[in-house]
Design a binder for this molecule. Structure first.
Ligand SMILES: *Cc1c(COP(=O)(O)O)cnc(C)c1O
Length: 677
């Protein structure tokens, strides 16, 4: 603390006589009254030089996570290159405007089918390259795990785009098996049957062979072994069967528990040996052809993948030596997405690329099989996240903004409590040297103001002043700490406390459930005004009445940041944000919290002349979500009508008013659950 400063919260709050207080105050006035109060603007980011598009690129890290699909054009809008490096792009902001003119309102999910195609091409190209590089004599036959995004339009596109590569599907449940059976019509493509199975599931899967499909039944539970053998004997069909092994290689992070001895799924090594014996006894050993493992999703570190492949290759070889008819190795999912663009083993990133991934798998199997004179397997991967994430972008608008009012009130007035003066003075005195201590003083003064208010000693106007002065102190401290490299731990939260709150026309629970449930990070940024410096620091609050319905962690180069830099709203102008890379898992896991339903979705395809809207899938209306929770909307309208009648009889409502109420009520039911902008 600077020598000049004599008042601290402790001094003041411990004072008992008013005399002493006056002394302190006088001492302060002599020292503090000449200082000018700094202009306390709302939570702005100071403008220093002309802002360039490159600055936005760096700030939002779009190159890191967006390449080759997303970038910024000269107009300061986000552009989409759905075909990746193959050329052609469109302006995302203009696309949203055009869709709004077609009455497709926000929030809006835009799916770029070309991106989906590019992802499939890329994955197959990486394996093809690895196979060529290591002279691998087997092939790659990828499958898409349906659970990652079950939307019909997407699965239809995926099957079509995957045809040249005989790309198949993976089902993890009976309903997903139904989807896969109906939609997969690629000769030679694999249909991997995972998940819990009953007799019906197994019969359906085996009979699918007769339709020309190549179903592979993956045993995950020891109980399934008997069932498969029995059904096979009853139907007289020789199935292709595999096992899911519990590797001892432990995944990392969120899905780390997907592997290891106590994993939920899969068979231990003794159990696998047992399966082999049972199949041999049933004279079905040549059906036993596949080994599968899945170490979890979003594996950020390549060494975890390497370890898993090494262990799995050893098991694969040994199973062959035990007499199983080994032909396939299925490496499961886990291929990660670089959400923050940092290329590190941080949970929201990955420290390897798709080619490294394919190389490591191919090379390891090549070596393991060569050493044992076994022929190499057909390689299968079940990449979901890496295929489906990039293709969809969620666009939403800002409804309003709430900012901390940190403009200090004028000088304390005659009759204001001493506390107000102390706070005011504290605020004047905050500087580079004393900010940490004075911040605590201010906090204590504010606490004291609130307790005095509760005791009836402080008026509500005085309390308002005290709060405002406290915010002004925080702002001054924040202005100082922002310029410093080192921020004391206790002040780290200040940025978050002082952040503007941007209210978004979205339900996090419906559209980005993983943000809420598992703190997943998705890149979020404005899709326009990127040639302007964003002068606000904000957190996002959604439409639900749930305090969890917010986003306050954002991607950053190091770790995460608690605020997002945004532009101040302009009167009469919309402000659109995009949430990117959210095409995997989010849609189906989204829920109807507060009865906000599915958002509108459109499918966009690039054409030589621009783009075409292939499908518009309208989001849920209010009557649709109400039916889902067992309401009968006709009945609801009827109840309101009867109430109106009663009110009319009792002359509590006029005829015009009752008509207006009924009309609005009825009309609303058929509308979008989100706010119209
Ligand atoms: C979820 C899952 C996948 C997909 O994982 P990603 O990390 O999204 O690629 C693949 N296989 C199995 C068995 C799964 O449970």
């Amino acid at each position: 603390m600077g020598v000049e400063l004599t008042v601290t919260a402790n001094d003041v709050l411990n004072l008992s006589s008013s005399e002493q207080r006056i002394e302190v105050k006088q001492a302060n006035q002599q020292k503090g009254n000449n200082q000018q109060s700094s202009p306390n603007t709302p939570n702005t980011v100071t403008a220093s030089r002309i802002w360039k598009i490159e600055d936005s690129e760096a700030l939002y890290r779009i190159e890191g996570w967006g390449q080759p699909y997303f970038s910024i054009n000269a107009a300061g809008h986000v552009t989409v290159s759905p075909k990746g490096d193959h050329g052609g792009s469109l302006d995302l902001f203009e696309l949203v405007q055009a869709l709004k003119q077609r009455n497709v309102g926000l929030p809006l999910l835009i799916r770029f089918s070309d991106i989906l195609e590019d992802r499939i091409e890329r994955l197959n190209a990486c394996f093809a390259k690895a196979i060529a590089r290591y002279n691998y004599s087997g092939v790659y036959r990828g499958v898409f795990p349906v659970k990652c995004n079950q939307q019909r339009h997407l699965i239809e596109d995926l099957v079509r785009f995957g045809k040249p590569h005989q790309f198949g599907l993976e089902a993890g449940s009976k309903p997903e098996l139904m989807i896969a059976l109906a939609l997969l019509d690629t000769p030679g493509a694999l249909l991997i049957c995972n998940g819990y199975k009953d007799k019906e599931y197994i019969e359906t899967a085996m009979l699918a062979q007769k339709l020309g499909q190549t179903p592979i039944i993956v045993l995950e539970q020891i109980e399934e072994v008997d069932l498969v053998i029995k059904v096979s004997q009853q139907l007289g069909i020789k199935p292709i069967v595999g096992v899911r092994a519990k590797l001892s290689t432990q995944g990392m992070g969120r899905w780390g528990a997907s592997s290891g001895d106590r994993a939920k799924f899969g068979l231990t090594i003794p159990e696998i040996i047992n399966v082999i014996d049972q199949f041999r006894d049933a004279n079905l050993l040549d059906s036993f052809q596949l080994l599968h493992f899945h170490v979890g999703s979003q594996i950020s570190a390549i060494n975890v993948i390497k370890d898993a492949i090494q262990e799995a290759s050893r098991i694969y070889v040994e199973l062959g030596l035990l007499g199983a008819n080994m032909k396939y190795l299925d490496v499961g999912g886990g291929l990660a997405v670089d959400y923050d663009g940092s290329q590190t083993n941080f949970y929201a990133s990955k420290n390897y690329n798709m080619q490294n991934y394919a190389n490591d798998i191919v090379a390891e199997l090549q070596d393991a099989c060569a050493e044992n004179n076994l022929s190499v397997p057909t390689l299968i991967s079940e990449s979901g996240r890496a295929i489906a994430s990039h293709q969809s972008v969620l666009i939403f608008d800002i409804l309003s903004v709430s900012e901390v009012n940190s403009i200090p009130p004028e000088l304390p007035e005659e009759g204001d409590s001493q506390l107000i003066s102390y706070l005011w003075e504290t605020c004047q005195l905050i500087n580079q040297e004393n900010y940490q201590e004075l911040y605590h003083d201010a906090a204590q003064f504010k606490e004291e103001a609130i307790s005095r208010f509760n005791l009836g000693i402080l008026s509500i106007r005085e309390r308002a002043k005290a709060e405002q002065l406290y915010w002004a102190c925080c702002q001054k401290v924040l202005d100082i700490t922002r310029k410093q490299e080192y921020v004391p731990d206790e002040l780290e939260d200040l940025e978050k406390i002082m952040a503007s709150i941007y209210y978004i026309n979205l339900s996090v629970f419906q559209s980005a459930p993983d943000c809420w449930a598992i703190n997943q990070l998705f890149p979020i940024m404005p899709i326009h005004r990127l040639d302007e410096e964003p002068n606000r620091r904000a957190i996002l609050a959604d439409l639900t009445c749930d305090s969890d319905g917010k986003i306050d962690s954002f991607i950053d180069l190091r770790d995460v940041k608690s605020i997002l830099e945004l532009h101040s709203l302009q009167a009469g102008q919309p402000y659109y944000l995009g949430m990117f890379l959210n095409g995997a898992y989010q849609e189906i896991m989204g829920n109807l919290h507060n009865l906000f339903g599915d958002t509108n979705a459109v499918h966009i395809q690039l054409t030589p002349k621009g783009y075409k809207i292939k499908h518009i899938v309208k989001g849920d209306t209010m009557d649709e979500v109400l039916v889902y929770v067992q309401y009968d909307t006709e009945d609801m309208i009827e109840r309101i009508r009867q109430r109106c009648e009663r009110a009319l009889e009792e002359k509590q409502i006029s005829l015009t008013e009752s008509q207006k109420l009924l009309q609005t009520y009825e009309k609303s039911l058929s509308k979008y659950t989100y706010l119209c902008s």
